[in-house]
Write a protein that binds this ligand. Structure first.
Ligand code: 4NP
Length: 157
């Protein structure tokens, strides 16, 4: 039996097709590289419902694949009430996501909700929504997520 409790982390963005599926796949890859996969339960969800059931945006799939991470099997879902109890941490990609999560949080769960880069790196910086931009946006989002994922894991050493 694993004596250490698993830490559960839900990454949250607006659509759950661009940023949070990348964060889910990249953080899972980082913990696996460090031999820590068994210590974490990792998921992602969107505050909005527009893309429920859809695979990640092809631009997110492509940038992840370029760095050896396969996120093509992931499917979008919306944040649900049970997530606030089920997960230890809900990490929003930007401050709008955090605000929406706070508005929906069940009693006593506000302390689980943080901005991803603030929690990982003590930097109050949004991971910008790349949906309406070009490929460059996805490359810089990938780099931000990769660095934040390394920093996040180091919090659980
Ligand atoms: P995400 O990007 O929140 O990183 O998944 C978006 C995807 C879709 C939309 C907005 C943001 N949308 O409005 O459909």
């Amino acid at each position: 039996m694993n004596a250490k409790p698993r830490i559960s982390i839900l990454f949250v963005c607006l659509g759950n097709i661009c940023r949070s599926p990348l964060a889910e796949g990249v953080f899972r890859s980082v913990v696996t590289e460090h031999g820590r996969a068994a210590d974490f339960m990792i998921g992602s969800a969107g505050t909005g419902a527009w893309h429920v059931g859809n695979p990640p945006d092809p631009r997110s799939i492509d940038i992840a694949r370029r760095f050896g991470v396969d996120i093509s099997h992931q499917r979008a879902r919306q944040v649900e009430a049970a997530d606030f109890n089920r997960y230890d941490l809900l990490l929003g990609m930007d401050r709008n996501n955090v605000q929406t999560l706070r508005q929906r949080a069940a009693g006593g769960t506000l302390g689980k909700i943080h901005l991803f880069l603030d929690y990982a790196n003590d930097r109050v910086i949004d991971i910008p929504d790349p949906y309406y931009g070009g490929e460059d946006g996805f490359a810089s989002v990938y780099q931000m997520i990769r660095e934040a994922s390394e920093a996040l894991l180091s919090k659980f050493d």
